[in-house]
Design a protein around this ligand. Structure first.
Ligand SMILES: Nc1ncnc2c1ncn2[C@@H]1O[C@H](COP(=O)(O)OP(=O)(O)OP(=O)(O)O)[C@@H](O)[C@H]1O
Ligand SMILES: [Mg+2]
Length: 398
């Protein structure tokens, strides 16, 4: 692995030491960190072109943020540690692209998790034990088909012989279990409530297996249980379940809260599901812009046009012009086939074989494999973390 370069900046010596410790105290060891005082931050960045910047906001918080704001060109990936509940500093940090805003009271473990999460999102670290490719699916607005796509993509990958675990991370309104006609005894809320170790053996006991063979980690039964689940549970689930499946699929909520953001950090691929109506397009553009602002790599994003038909209210040329990008896959509108699946908890290949929609999901599974660099069978045989502050800061930004 090549050396990972960080610049750590702060005017509070004790805090700066803790930040340095967070960077150097964990694998990988190939990290290189330089300390810069606020007054020399600009010069250090120009000279060293670091990949990442960790800022501890002290007495000179405004001056430091101003320096970063006025930096020409691309900025390093950024994590900020600052006063708790200072919404002005939090928002300002987010506007300059901070991936994470942690409070001064964050523990060393939290700081390290943040460092690792950022490196992971930059593709600087690979999770050595994980063999699953992680795919997130998000509808750009309510009812565009995010859950339908998650479930049917999972079923298609499974039908092609892969092992697939589908986690419902739409914690308040998740309906993956409904789409598979399951009545889950255990859900992701049980992961959060668990006091003992969360290992593969435990997680296996709370997964539900659909007759199609897809393993499902259901969303909480009660809406209020969503509050129990945080980013660290996403990390645990991704790490443990990722060791034991070819694919881990997250059905994502549309809020960019801690859970969603931590899931985004884990993704090899994000599928944004939209359709050809004006409100969905408007939300697609906003979502693409937001993903860019938080530094999610556009190379990992795929745009899916769902419910495509020759009666689309907007022409494809206009769609592409408006979004300034094309679609990576199109899924035809088929009300009967979709209803049959959703009403009876079936996969498309069971409920509506030989339809265009079913074929489109077979193609989508194949495209998904190639998008993550999994070409074919021989390839298959060889395979082997923003907290509540960001949630509040981003609230209303989308
Ligand atoms: N290609 C399609 N053709 C016809 N109907 C579809 C298609 N895709 C999805 N649907 C239907 O659209 C409805 C909404 O789909 P879904 O629940 O997946 O949306 P969502 O984006 O997950 O919404 P939510 O905001 O509730 O999370 C469902 O009834 C589903 O059957
Ligand atoms: Mg949904």
């Amino acid at each position: 692995m090549s050396e990972i370069s960080w610049v750590v900046c702060g005017d509070d010596v004790a805090l700066t030491e803790r930040l340095l410790d967070a960077i150097s105290g964990e694998q990988p060891s190939e990290r290189r960190a330089t300390v810069a005082f606020p007054a020399e931050l600009e010069r250090r960045i120009a000279e060293e072109s670091p990949q990442a910047l960790l800022i501890g906001l002290g007495a000179q918080a405004d001056a430091v943020l101003r320096t970063v704001e006025s930096m020409p060109g691309a900025r390093p990936a950024l994590v900020v540690v600052g006063p708790e509940d200072d919404s002005r500093l939090i928002l300002r940090s987010m506007r300059i692209g901070a991936r994470e805003y942690l409070p001064h009271g964050a523990t060393t473990e939290e700081l390290r998790a943040s460092v690792r999460s950022l490196e992971n999102s930059l593709g600087l670290v690979t999770h050595s034990a994980a063999r699953a490719k992680v795919v997130g699916v998000m509808g750009v607005k309510g009812g565009t088909g995010g859950t339908f796509v998650s479930c049917q993509l999972a079923a298609s990958l499974r039908a092609a012989g892969d092992s697939v675990t589908l986690c419902d991370l739409d914690l308040r309104q998740g309906d993956v279990s409904l789409y598979f006609d399951l009545d889950p005894a255990y859900t992701v809320a049980d992961v959060a409530k668990r006091t003992g170790e969360i290992d593969a053996a435990y997680l296996k006991t709370i997964l539900h297996t659909d007759p199609s063979g897809v393993s499902i980690l259901a969303a909480p039964r009660q809406m209020e249980e969503a509050e129990l689940v945080g980013g660290r549970h996403v990390d645990t689930v991704a790490e443990v379940l990722g060791e034991d499946a070819d694919w881990l699929i997250f059905d994502l909520a549309r809020d960019f809260d801690d859970v969603t953001l931590r899931a985004l950090d884990r993704l090899d691929l994000l599928m944004l599901v939209t359709n050809a109506c004006i409100p969905a397009l408007h939300h697609t553009r906003r979502r693409l812009e937001l993903l860019e602002r938080i530094g999610f790599s556009s190379t990992k994003t795929r745009l899916l046009l769902n419910r495509d038909s020759d009666k689309n209210p907007v022409s494809e040329r206009d769609l592409v012009e408006f979004l300034e990008r094309g679609f990576d896959a199109k899924l035809p509108n088929d009300f009967d086939a979709a209803r049959e699946c959703v009403s009876y908890g079936k996969s498309l290949s069971e409920a509506a074989p030989r339809t265009r929609l079913t074929n489109a999901f077979v193609d989508l599974a194949q495209s998904t494999r190639s998008w993550v660099g999994r070409g074919g069978d021989s390839d298959r045989a060889n395979r082997r973390g923003l907290r509540g502050y960001l949630k509040r800061a981003l609230h209303g930004a989308d």
